[in-house]
Design a protein around this ligand. Structure first.
Ligand code: FES
Length: 116
């Protein structure tokens, strides 16, 4: 059974915020809390240092891949120089269909956010 971990006071997890907690990047996507495993499927950047965009997707801090935080799947591949590599976008997106980011269970009790 997964061990529950304290993340932060709810007041710190405002919309658009992402915080690292153990193996998870815990965030607030347009008012909905989420937790996904924090290593990007491209080159393993720490997604806890990413941001939530206007679509509620988690954006990787290194090369801008976007993840659907509900499914853990990549919805846009790496950007910049990586966007010019033929097939890379489709390959990394396909990878996360098979191996999406893991998702944690987020709860709020007494004004504090927890994940397991
Ligand atoms: S490490 Fe995340 S997009 Fe490259």
């Amino acid at each position: 059974m997964a061990q529950e971990m304290e993340v932060a006071p709810m007041s710190e997890l405002t919309p658009g915020t992402v915080i690292g907690a153990g193996r998870y990047a815990v965030g607030n996507a347009n008012g909905e809390l989420f937790a996904v495993t924090r290593r990007c499927r491209h080159l393993y950047a720490d997604l806890a240092n990413g941001r939530v965009d206007k679509d509620g997707c988690l954006v990787c801090p290194w090369h801008g891949s976007k993840y659907d935080v509900k499914t853990g799947r990549m919805v846009r591949g790496p950007q910049g120089i990586f966007a010019k590599i033929p097939g890379l976008d489709a390959a990394t997106i396909a990878l996360t269909r098979v191996l999406p980011l893991g998702r944690g269970e987020v709860t709020v009790r007494g004004g504090t956010v927890y994940v397991k």
